[in-house]
Design a protein around this ligand. Structure first.
Ligand SMILES: Cc1ncc(COP(=O)(O)O)c(C=O)c1O
Length: 379
């Protein structure tokens, strides 16, 4: 049976070049970057080279990059870090209803600690409105956290517009760019954002790798206590192989960005055209012009997402019903619910996400198989 993986928004295979870059740091160059002997110095040099590489690709300074164990930790460090450092100034935080649980659950925990959180709605395009941010801002607002692009629908938020407003207000702005990285170029010298979360395993890097961009003068309360690593922001011996892999994945993610966008836009179009040809009834969740091109979220009304996913799996096709963290539970997607308040639409939403190695033939096959399965399920 042919296996086709179209769940790249959940995770991606590690690129061979990334594996190659990491290997030496797992055997011969295994030193602890905090050691002062030659082994340690070698590991430290690799660590700092990785930091420089990532900083350069973001238009940042190396000291603005804090390595973490992934997107979840980067989000938690940004949110708890600012909340606990700035709580004397205020205890109000703004986020949106469609954030990843790494943000939502962190905010919910803060509520239990006496912070107030406003969860902004989104419109049918899956996007937050600047006017809603304007209205939600208060004297005691210390942080706004809005994702760059949604992991279920690919909806890209108006981050520049909102960031410009927040900068005028002097409010710290965090964005979770885990899904946007590799599809959208970042230049922090012009982007009005103070903190940005990234994860390695969404861009063909290793799992358990990530980083947080932290603009100068942003004070963060640490999550972890121990050594003085990462400028006292993140104690613990650095995962040197993963960090080297992360930097290599960052480099690869920034190659041929435009060509990649065009390619995924074409794959998406072919996918949707075949579904139409197969006379499949579907609703596109989001607005195509404002979505990352490699994520396609569709609802097949009347069909339970689990049934379709199971049948796709039997055909060797790996897709998903929204975020991997909630897959397996029967909860309808909080993202689709926030967009349409339609339980059926949320229960029948499927995410197909393309990535490196997906061919046109594979995408055609996935669309045809989806059509065949739906006909079977509907009959
Ligand atoms: C938007 C978003 N934020 C955060 C995360 C968490 O990243 P990680 O798996 O590296 O902890 C994910 C992963 O699904 C994500 O899609």
């Amino acid at each position: 049976m042919q296996h086709i993986y179209v769940d790249h928004a959940a995770t991606t295979p590690v690129h061979p070049q990334v594996v190659k870059a990491m290997m030496p740091y797992m055997d011969k160059q295994f030193g602890n970057p905090s050691s002062i002997h030659a082994y340690g110095r070698e590991a430290k040099a690799a660590l700092e080279e990785a930091r420089r590489t990532i900083a350069r690709l973001l238009g940042a300074e190396p000291k603005n990059i804090t390595f973490t164990s992934g997107g979840t930790e980067a989000d938690n460090l940004a949110i708890f870090g600012v909340a606990f450092a700035a709580q004397e100034k205020g205890r109000h935080i703004i986020t949106s209803q469609i954030e990843h649980h790494a943000v939502l659950h962190a905010c919910q925990y803060l509520e239990s600690e006496g912070f107030e959180v406003t969860y902004l709605p989104v419109d049918e395009t899956g996007r937050v409105k600047l006017d809603d941010v304007r209205e939600a801002v208060r004297e005691d607002t210390i942080l706004v956290s809005l994702m760059y692009a949604n992991n279920e629908t690919g909806a890209v938020q108006p981050i520049e517009e909102i960031g410009t407003f927040l900068q005028e207000q002097g409010i710290i702005f965090h964005t979770d760019a885990v899904q946007a990285l590799g599809m959208i170029p970042f230049d922090v010298s012009t982007l009005p954002v103070d903190l940005i979360s990234f994860s390695g395993h969404k861009i063909n890097g290793p799992k358990g790798s990530g980083c947080l961009y932290v603009r100068e003068q942003i004070h963060l309360h640490p999550l972890l206590y121990g050594g003085a690593q990462e400028r006292n922001r993140r104690a613990g011996t650095e995962n040197v192989p993963a960090i080297v892999g992360l930097a290599e994945a960052f480099k690869l993610a920034h190659q041929d960005l435009e060509a990649k966008q065009q390619r995924y836009t074409q794959l998406r179009q072919v996918f949707l055209d075949i579904l139409k040809e197969e006379q499949v009834a579907f609703q596109f969740n989001g607005e195509i012009e404002h979505c990352l091109p490699h994520i396609v979220n569709l609802s097949f009304t009347g069909v339970k997402a689990d049934a379709l996913l199971m049948n796709l799996d039997l055909e060797g096709i790996a897709a998903s019903s929204g975020s991997a963290c909630t897959a397996g539970s029967l909860q309808p997607s909080h993202v689709i619910l926030a967009m349409y308040s339609d339980e059926d639409r949320a229960q029948s939403a499927i995410r197909y996400s393309f990535g490196l190695g997906n061919t046109l033939e594979e995408v055609e096959e996935v669309a045809r198989k989806t059509g065949q399965i739906l006909k079977r399920l509907n009959s």
